[in-house]
Each structure stands twice: as C-alpha cells, then as structure tokens.
Ligand binder design. Sequence first.
Ligand code: ADP
Ligand code: MG
Ligand code: MG
Length: 877
Amino acid sequence: RRHVYDFTEGNAQMKSLLGGKGAGLAEMTRIGVPVPDGFTVTTQACVAAMQAGGTWPDNLWAQIEAHLDDLERRTGRTLGGSERPLLVSVRSGSVFSMPGMMDTILNLGISDDAAAGLAAETGNARFAWDSYRRFLQMYGEVVEGVPAHAFEDELAALKGRRGVTQDTDLTVEDLQELVATFRRVARANGADIPTDPREQLRRSVNAVFASWDNPRARVYRGLNAIPDDLGTAVNVQQMVFGNRGESSATGVAFTRNPSTGAKELYGEFLVNAQGEDVVAGIRTPRPLAELETVLPEAYRQFLDTMTLLESHYGDMQDIEFTIEQSKLYLLQTRNGKRTAAAALKVARDMVDEGVIDRETALRRIEPEQLDQLLHPGLDPKHTATPVTRGLNASPGAAVGRLVFDADTAAERGKAGDAVVLVRWETTPDDIHGVVAAQGVLTAHGGMTSHAAVVARGMGKPCVAGAGELQIDVAAKTVTIGGTVLTEDDTVTLDGSTGNVYVGPIALVPPQITDDFREVLGWADDVRRLGVRANADTGPDAAKARELGAEGIGLCRTEHMFMAADRLPVVQRMILASDADARGAALADLLPMQQSDFDEIFEAMTGLPVTIRLIDPPLHEFLPDLVEQSLLVQRLEIAGAGAPPSDELVAARDLLAHVKRLHEMNPMLGTRGVRLSLLYPEICVMQTRAIIRAAIAVRARGLDPRVEIMVPLVGFAEELRRMREVIVATADEELAAAGVALDYTVGTMIELPRAALTADKVAEHADFFSFGTNDLTQTAVGISRDDAEGSFLASYLEAGIVPANPFASIDADGVAELVRIGVTKGRETKPGLKTGVCGEHGGDPASIAIFDKIGLDYVSCSPYRVPLARLAAARTTL
Ligand code: ADP
Ligand code: MG
Ligand code: MG
C-alpha cells in the first residue's frame, strides 16, 4: 500500500487522501506557484495507525525514508547535516480545515552541528540559533508534552534580563544560552530530545498523527460536525526562513477582505519572523499594504501569485507565505473562511466577474451563516464614547459582562449569562470559551490572529489587538487608561468598527443589504419549496414579508389572548358560570381579535394567511395551581377569624376553577379541536373575527387570503364537525355583509393517528399543515420540555440519537409520518396543499427532507425565512 506522495504527485482532487493542506501544496506545485519541496503522508496511514492502537502500517517508515532520501537528493542537502543541512517542517493537515487545532513542528533536523552548518552557510548565526531554539520549543511541546509555559517563561525571563521586548532583539549569544536553557527545561520535564534527526522525524510524524485526537481538535470537530474517523495527513516540507533577517518575512493573507468581501488586499506580515508568530498574536503584525515599501520585489511576486491562485481556484483564498531573502514562497492555500456579509458579497462579485455561475455561488453559502446578518447591531443613534479601540476583526455587536478565562466563559455562557471574553490573545485551547461568549476582546494580535479567525467563522463579534488593555488575569481586572474594569462590569464591543464601550448600548434590528437581496433572489429562482413565516402580529408579519416570506404558515391566535389588556377578559370567559356570561366575555374579545387579524391581513395582502384556532388548554390562561393555593392560604391566615373578605372569596373561586381545569398531562388533554368541540362558542367568535377582518381589509382595496386551521385533530370526525361550525359561521358573516370571499379550512397534522388516517382526514380538509413539534413529541413519545434538559443531552453525547429530533426532523420516524400523511391525503385530494409549521421549517437538514417528500411549503420564524429560502434552493442543486 502506498502511504506517501511527493508534492509533484498530488493535486487538488486528492483532498481526502492528502488532506486539504497536502492537496493544496500539490496543486500549487502543479500550477507553478513557488512552494518549498516536500511530500505528504496520507490520512489513510494515520487512520491505519489509530486503528492499530498507534502501531504504524508495516512499510510506512520505509516509504517515508525513501521519500526523504529523494528530497535530500533533489535539494542537495542532508537532514540535520553539518554542511548544507536540510531542515523540514512536519505539518498536520486534515480533509476539513481545522485551523490551529492540530500540531506542526518547524525547523526539524537542527542540532548543534546543523546550527553551526546553517550559520556558516548563510553567514547569519543569529538566524540559525533562533531556528534552533524554536525547534526545541515546538518539538518539546508537541512531541514530548513539555508544558508550553515552561519554555515561554524562560524566554520572557531572558528578555527581562536583557531589558528587551521583542524576540528579535535577542543576540546570538542570548539565543545560544536559550538553546541550552531549553534543553535543560526539556530534561527537567522528563523529555529526552533525540539527536538523530531521522528519529526526530519519526517521532514527530507520530505526534502529528496523535494530535488528531487532542481535546481541542475533538471540540472543534464536534462544533463543526466533522467526523472523528478521518485522520490527518502529515506534510514533510523543506523549511524556508522568514527569520533570516530584514529581507525575510512571514505572513498571512486573503485574496479579498474576509470581513466585508471587498476586493482588496487583506493580510499581515512580520519581518524577520517565522510562521506562527503572525497568527499567535505575540507581536502585532503590519498590514500587508506596507509590504510594497518594505520588500517591493517580493510584493510584486505576491500580487501575481494572489491573482493566479484566486482565478485558479475560483474562490477567495486564505494563504500563508514566507519571504526568504526577498523571494516569495507559498506554504498554504485554502478557501478562506468569511463572514456571512463577505460570503454574499464575494459570491455576487464573482458571479458579476464571470468567475462562477449562480448555482455555484449558492452552493458556497451556508444557510446557517445568514443567521449572523440577522442579528442586531449597535443603535446608530447612541452617543457613548468608546473607552478604547482595537481592530474590527469580526463584525456585529456584543454586550456582556467581562470574563477573563475560557473556562469561566464556558461555564457562565452555558448558564445563560451574556459574557465577553477578554484575553491578551486567544489560543486554540480557548475555543470553548469563545463559543459560549457573546464576543471576544483581545489586547494582542491582528486581523488574522486566532481570535479573529475563529470569531469570524462562528459569526461572533471580535475586537482584536486593543493595545491599550492591561489585563491582569489573576486579579480579574482590565485597566484601560485610568479605568479599571472587573468581572462586574459590562462592556459593549462593536466588531464592525473595533470600538469598545463601558456599559451596555442599545441594539437595533439588522439591516438587509443589496447583496443579501440579490443572492436570495437567485435562491428564489431555483427553489421549488415555498417559504412562509410563523407570525402572530401585524409587525411580525410585515417583518416576515420583508425577509421574503410568501405568506403566514402559522398564526397562533392564543398569543393574542395573553396580552395584558386581554387576559382578564379571557379569564372572565373561562370562569363564566353560564352561557350568557361567557357570551358577554367573548363579545368583548371579538373586536380585539378582529383588529389583530386586520393588521395581519393587511401586512400580508395578496398572500395566504393560515390562522390556527385556539390550541392550548384553558388552564394556561389561569394562575398556576400551587401559586393560587398559596394565595388562598395567605389570605386565610391574614383574615383569621373574620368573615371571608371579597378578595378571599374571589381567590377561592378562582382556585376551584383552576382545580377543575387541572390535568395530569395537559399536552395530551383538553386542548386543540377537543376544546373547540366542548366550547364551540370560542371558535365561533374567532371565525367571526377572522371573516369580519377579511371583509374590512377587502373593503380597503386589499386582498386578504384566509386559511382557517384546526389544531390537534386525531379523528376525521372531529374535523368534520368542527368544519361545519366554521363554515356555517363564516357563511353567515359573509351573507350578512353581502360579500363573496374565498376561504379555506384545513387542519394541523400533529398526531400520528391523523397522519396514518390522512386519507379520511383529507375528506374534510382543504390543506394540511404538519405541526412537527407536537408530531415529534407524540410520535417519539418524548416530552420536549422535560427531555432537553435531561436524558436527551446524554443521548446525544452517547450517540443514541444522531441529532436532537426537535431541532432536526427525525428522518426515519417522524418524517416518515409526514410522508405517509402527504401521500394518503393526496390519494383523497390530489391537489391537497401541504406545509410544515414546526421549528423544523427553519432547519436546513429538515428542509431538504421536506422538499423530497414534496410538501408545498415550510413555515418558520421570520428571522429564519432567509435561511429557509437558501436551504430550499440548495436542496435542488
Ligand atoms: P496550521 O495548520 O496550524 O496553520 P501549519 O502547518 O500551516 O499549521 O504551520 C504553521 C506555520 O508554520 C505556518 O504559518 C506556516 O506558514 C509555517 N510553516 C510551515 N511549514 C513551513 C516551512 N516549510 N517553511 C516555513 N514556514 C513553514
Ligand atoms: Mg497553516
Ligand atoms: Mg401543536
């Protein structure tokens, strides 16, 4: 079996075998981009080693040695030789990019002899010993598990003794001393660093294999749904040296601005530095534009290479480069991670430039990413003065209390606190804290620092490199000028400007841009599935329409009952002792409901509006049983002995009603159509309100499209009877007004029995809307409110269920009921309109399933509508 490929033998298509980095290096080599020579050990070799508990496949080492021999021959160098030494990097690289999550070792092969050889060859001893100390540090840490701070502390101490701040200020002698110190540190930590360079290589390859399974890589894979069994490739590559003096440099760049998508130079570099220095945020790097003056010749090579790479890949590239004595080398290229705003702009621009077609553009934008654009920003009218400013590393606004370490951020974020993580710089180990925080603030690092890259990927606001921050992690304080902030302080970050404010600032709803409208318009052109919104008020309906909803799939009328001015009337209706009293309360409710529907029909003129008749059990409108009992007790104690006060009499009466309506299992109790059949006067009132509103809206020259929906039907007979009441009432209203107006009556399918008998239910329904929230609860037999906080979480962790069935529809079970319901319903009524109105209507994976089943539309909350439009388009591509 073949385990190793030279860069000249691979290409971009071999990603799963060579990893993204290996395939990229091979492809760049193939198209003539300057890449240091090397070879790649396959992901399959890593998987084989993992499966064998760490034992390598038989001939793996022999193959690596053979390719190393060739590399030595091609370069005319010897690994670790005392003359013309070959140094290599040993780099991880999996199929999906996991930036910084796995390990890489630079300058491998160096030793006292090789350092002397390198110094003699280059005439630059400082650089040789700088490379040496870096190697000891990385090798010690990655391969031998020496804690990183053990080396960092010594480096900081030496700089302190010399009174310098930058690594580059250390002299040859300093670096030689550091090499000796590092060796001592390694020994003190039980690490023996082999002197044989080939043994170093063998152990390093092994360590990179093992880094696939380090904790932060696991967390990252979990977050990004990357399978755990892919393994990493290992790239062994000749070193080029950005730390070889003032005409050498290293940097990171994007071919376009990954924050805004603008077609402009974006990136950073550091002169006289090596790879990790830029991203680690230890020294704050310089903007790429300055490279033109610092190293003009390399800059020209750089521009040409950027153009070549982008047109070759047809997508924005994220590259790593090193300049050794004014000559440019590319060390990595990949499709750049970008914010949602940038994704839309790049897609639109590239379609305009003729680089890609619309379908390709749509395929590149993840629906979930759009969510970022639908989050609030800072109120532009605010007058607060920023306390400091950093780089606008990832857009959006974040408001939260300060936290100083990732573990606390994770803990408090999980508990529901809004927190902002503040760090000198972030490392891959902080990722769980970034996830849980509203935003990230760092003192060090640039636009391509770890914090910035990770935050942009997650759509978290980030302000990086706010140099004025003085952070004391132990004391949990951050000092900015004269201001000292602690864990009790709230800050506001504006990731779009880099401004940092003390205290909370009001946020405003997101703004829809032209790029957004344009790209979603392409989605609308290709999707089959309709997209509606769940909305209960006029303003929500208007918002939904603005976001592209083609109607309302679910308007919950009982939400209108909960408003402060309505609840007392609703309670009066429930508590009524006879039909007359109930009728009077309902008569008061009618005009209120009518005005609600009026607003909604107006906002949705010309588009269908599905209104669901009352669904929840009546006790939900009354006080809680326990609380009401306590109130009665309190009043009894207060008035001990005296005749009962009016208040006590009323409280006792209410308690009696609460007790009467109390159910052991209200979710499966007197609710939905059952309630309406018991008290038809409620749904008669609702039907009147709906029809009167429609008549009034029509009279204003608008076009209301009425769909009345009956919830929780399990038996066709329930719907038959209910429909009779609705039709009689509606027709009476229309006749009285002398108006002809079409309306339809349909049902929610949210009980398995309704789905299984859909052919019979359809006899009385003009449409079906699958209520997949309740359908999931009733089909799977899991109570959502009880499960999500308890066993469902452990089920997910243990892999008993592949996904939360309330977030993503259960494909084998619940979706099958939907399919049966659609099929049987259409057997009775071929043109039966069908939709879905549960949370699943806004979930891309569920949308793909609904599209396949052949539903007519999905309906989701207004802010999910754009996601749903894009997801519906992508399933057809
Ligand atoms: P990561 O996946 O964490 O980015 P990389 O393997 O890309 O790790 O390497 C880390 C850094 O080391 C990068 O900045 C890269 O440019 C630099 N580097 C890797 N290999 C070489 C090499 N052969 N010569 C010079 N720099 C290198
Ligand atoms: Mg890299
Ligand atoms: Mg329901």
